[in-house]
Design a binder for this molecule. Structure first.
Ligand code: 5AD
Ligand code: SF4
Length: 444
């Protein structure tokens, strides 16, 4: 088929970028672009970038260096840089890599078909780094490729919190909530395409305040009413926006899973204040108490930053103690990385690299132990597992527990898309292995 064109998208960073990459593919499908597995020979390559931590820009330029060679071999190839590095470093990209055809920020990818058409017609470069989020969501296509048993749905974008260390308010812009009607329509379509678990995405997802529902709790209630939507999750939440209604949603809505990603960043009040997080360690712990009272089997995940400017040894110790007291099932931890233009970057007392490395290692060691303990604790229990696909080995299936743990078990691939009881045989550091409870094995 000569009019079929091949599209390769490389995505870095958060789940929202994964979602955005999917929507870019949906937007380009009507123009004849079909997904390719590798950039070699592709007619269009999109690099969907992340700016949250260091080295993003350098990684991008080294990737662009490789792609330049592919482009020399295939001059018609179109090359686009999307995402937060494009937003923040648009001018540098066009200066250092003039062979790039399109530079577009996260709020502009709906214009992709128009940019591609313009460049195919008359050449040149397209640069789009404006901020009108509403417009983007209005222009997303109704047609979308299925996401599989578990899928993402962006409901909120941007952030007004301005944590000292974070570039998101600058790259993704102000908070914007999509209206409930648009979200419900997308969720219905996903359910009709076989998606059983929907993870709602937003940089500040629990600050959602769109039209048509009373906060995120109200929205979850509406989503839970859609036939086929069996599991709901949301990420990433800010502790300050965890209101009573949302806590109650974990108790009252069976589809809302007992797992919550709730970044705390630090266990020291001094550092939390310097970070502009708007809560103390004690307030975070009381919030966790209320969540666990509402939903006793709730498991928590978090983000920790080691070595924020001004962090002293006693602050680091306070972080370790908070982690010990809470007990996380999963976590992401990062060495503080100075982002130009953020308040923390301009702070006086930066922590030296060796100290940051050591503190991060200590944080990670503790979190690793907690995750391993949490997984080991599931051995011998029966978990409801959503079967998401075939497993790594023949005759195996892969799935997820309510607590997001990957599970492997022997079973038929006819079970994909179903929730089956699995007896957990062993808990490993990053996954579980189990056996499907007998009467289900032969079903379907
Ligand atoms: N340095 C290190 N970690 C960061 N994060 C955000 N900005 C930085 C930074 N400058 C982490 C936070 C956030 C997660 C998505 O990335 O922990 O919750
Ligand atoms: Fe960044 Fe803080 Fe906003 Fe999260 S809440 S996106 S860490 S500024």
């Amino acid at each position: 088929m000569s009019n079929k064109k091949r599209l390769f998208i490389r995505s870095w960073g958060c789940q929202m970028n994964v979602y955005d990459s999917g929507r870019m593919a949906d937007l380009l499908a009507p123009l004849g672009y079909a997904p390719a597995e590798a950039p070699d020979g592709a007619d269009m390559v999109i690099l969907n970038t992340c700016h949250i931590r260091e080295k993003a820009t350098e990684k991008l330029f080294s990737e662009l260096g490789r792609l330049r060679k592919l482009k020399e071999e295939k001059p018609g190839m179109m090359l686009a840089v999307a995402g937060c590095v494009a937003q923040a470093e648009g001018a540098e990209i066009t200066a250092r890599a003039p062979f790039v055809d399109i530079v577009m920020g996260p709020q502009s990818y709906h214009k992709l078909p128009e940019m591609v058409a313009r460049i195919s017609r008359s050449g040149g470069v397209a640069i789009e780094t404006e901020f009108p989020v509403e417009e983007k969501f209005d222009h997303l296509p109704a047609e979308a490729a299925p996401q599989g048993v578990s899928g993402f749905l962006t409901i909120q974008e941007g952030c007004d919190k301005f944590c000292s260390f974070c570039v998101v308010p600058y790259t993704r812009g102000a908070e914007y909530s999509r209206p409930a009607a648009a979200i419900l329509a997308e969720a219905r379509r996903m359910a009709a395409q076989g998606t059983r678990e929907i993870t709602l995405l937003g940089q500040n997802v629990n600050a959602w305040h769109g039209e048509g529902a009373e906060g995120l709790a109200g929205l979850l209630r509406l989503l839970a009413g859609i036939p086929g939507v069996e599991r709901l999750r949301y990420t990433t939440s800010h502790p300050r926006d965890m209101d009573e209604a949302l806590i109650a949603a974990h108790r009252d809505i069976p589809q809302v899973m007992p797992f919550l990603h709730l970044p705390v960043q630090s266990g020291s009040d001094r550092v939390l204040a310097a970070m502009n997080r708007g809560h103390t360690a004690e307030e975070y712990e009381r919030l966790v108490d209320r969540l666990r009272a509402a939903r006793p089997d709730l498991a928590l995940s978090t983000d920790i930053i080691a070595g924020h400017p001004g962090e002293r040894e006693e602050d680091h110790q306070a972080t370790l103690r908070l982690i010990e007291r809470i007990g996380f099932a999963q976590a992401f931890s990062f060495k503080y990385s100075s982002r130009p233009g953020t308040p923390a970057a301009a702070a006086a007392a930066h922590v030296d690299e060796a100290t940051k490395d050591r503190r991060l290692a200590e944080v990670q060691e503790l979190l690793r132990t907690q995750q391993a303990d949490f997984n080991a604790g599931k051995a011998g229990t029966i978990c409801d597992v959503l079967v998401t696909g075939p497993g790594r080995h023949a005759g195996q299936i892969a799935g997820r527990t309510p607590w997001l743990q990957p599970v492997h078990a022997f079973g038929s691939s006819t079970l994909v898309g179903r929730i089956v009881p699995v007896r957990i045989v062993a808990g490993h550091p990053n996954s579980l292995s189990g056996e499907i409870v007998e009467q289900e094995k032969d079903a379907a």
